[in-house]
Design a protein around this ligand. Structure first.
Ligand code: KG4
Ligand code: ZN
Length: 389
């Protein structure tokens, strides 16, 4: 088979169910995303079985809508492959997506491209909305002339609730993992500190909004949290920031900061003695500064080690305004191009999976699978590793 022209892509690795129609050049012709954020807010985090059930309820509907749009555009018969996220992610959620994808593809005699979720976050930088004449206006607000697509080589940073990953993408598209988090993901660190200061899950955006209200005294250095050193220059560690934030919180309520106790006892203590809002602002600003500082430091190192490389960023934490500003400055100072996709393509979506599948096939890293033989998934599929079997 020649390279697919149009891929129908399905994503269900964590708490977003999504389906999209993506052309080989990165144009997104249709897409739907159903988020489970409200469902998981009730439990303060993602409950894997609840996530899988929600994917089971949503994916067939989203698929029907996207295929309906493809019909309306007269391109349904041009769909010549189905991409599905095969990892990393929650096993039950991945299995739901793989099952839906395999069933639909088998019914139409189409091959499946099992696709890596993290490659998706990186390849989101190549997406652009198709022009209004090609898609119903509802699909993606803006009309679609693509600003310049990223060039290779590039340094790629993926920062989300589940992942913190730094890679180098070679001129031929090959991906080399440079580093990642040794403990919490960047978004997870934001979420844990947000919860500590009384913000609902997922609290990254709310923490950032609170930090933005801090004056120069809070952001300028008075209360600095440590940027953890790691053994490897491209790795990240965020658990120390969280511990330091806990200490600041204990001081703020007049408790002993040297013995924070276990998570349950701490939560109980903070529910009885909530942190004053002035202290919450200071903690939010200090935490954001430390997390952003750690991310930018490693990215600068990677850019300096890779002459001429552009910078691409993906994942939900890329919504963070302080991070976007600092990364843009870091890239521009070195005369490097930077691409941060629109937020809707930074957070989990299926269009990025379509883009990653097109790229992996074009670069000879992906295989077409027969949906009749079942699609394997792997909760911990590392970027650059073999496709799950
Ligand atoms: O990529 P994503 O939507 O979901 C996955 O984790 O896969 O990322 C969600 C993460 C959450 O941890 C959320 O708190 C964080 O991104 N986030 C932010 C901001 N917006 C979302 N963190 C910091 N500042 C923000 N503005
Ligand atoms: Zn993700």
């Amino acid at each position: 088979m020649s390279a697919p022209r149009l891929i129908l892509a399905i994503e269900s690795s964590c708490d977003e169910s999504a389906v999209a129609l993506v052309r080989a050049d990165g144009a997104v012709l249709a897409e739907r995303v159903a988020t489970q954020a409200a469902l998981h807010a009730t439990t303060g985090g993602v409950v894997p079985e609840a996530a899988a059930r929600a994917h089971h309820a949503w994916l067939p509907r989203l698929l029907a809508e996207v295929v309906g749009e493809a019909k309306g555009l007269g391109v349904e018969r041009e769909i010549d492959a189905v991409a599905v996220t095969a990892g990393p992610g929650l096993l039950g959620s991945l299995l739901v997506g793989a099952g839906v994808a395999a069933g639909w593809a088998w019914g139409r005699g189409l091959p499946i491209i099992p696709t890596n979720h993290l490659e998706g976050h990186l390849r989101a930088a190549w997406l652009y909305p198709a022009t209004r004449s090609e898609v119903p206006v509802s699909t993606h607000g803006a009309s679609g002339t693509r600003s310049a697509a990223p060039t290779l080589p590039a340094i790629g940073l993926v920062v989300s609730g589940g992942h913190t990953l730094l890679v180098r993408i070679a001129r031929d598209g090959g991906i080399e993992r440079l580093g990642g988090t040794v403990d919490d993901a960047a978004g997870e660190a934001f979420d844990k500190i947000a919860r500590l200061i009384g913000l609902p899950y997922p609290g990254g955006a709310a923490l950032s909004a609170l930090a933005a209200t801090a004056g120069a005294a809070a952001t300028g250095g008075g209360d600095r949290l440590p940027i953890a050193r790691t053994e490897h220059p491209f790795d990240f560690s965020f658990s120390g920031v969280k511990t330091a934030a806990v200490r600041m919180a204990l001081v703020a309520i007049g408790a002993d900061p040297s013995s924070p106790g276990r998570a349950g006892a701490l939560a109980q203590l903070l529910s009885e003695r909530p942190i004053p809002s002035s202290a919450a602002v200071v903690i939010a600003a200090a935490a954001e500064r430390a997390i952003v500082g750690a991310l930018v430091e490693r990215v600068e190192r990677a850019l300096d080690a890779t002459p001429g490389a552009a910078l691409i960023v993906g994942g939900g934490v890329a919504a963070n305004a302080a991070l976007r500003r600092a990364l843009t400055t870091a890239a521009e100072r070195r005369g490097r191009a930077i691409t941060i996709p629109p937020i809707a393509w930074c957070t989990d979506n299926a269009a990025m999976i379509g883009a990653a599948a097109h790229a992996a096939l074009a670069e000879g890293r992906a295989e077409l699978h027969d949906p009749g033989s079942g699609i394997a998934v792997a909760a911990s599929w590392q970027i650059g590793a073999e496709v799950p079997r």
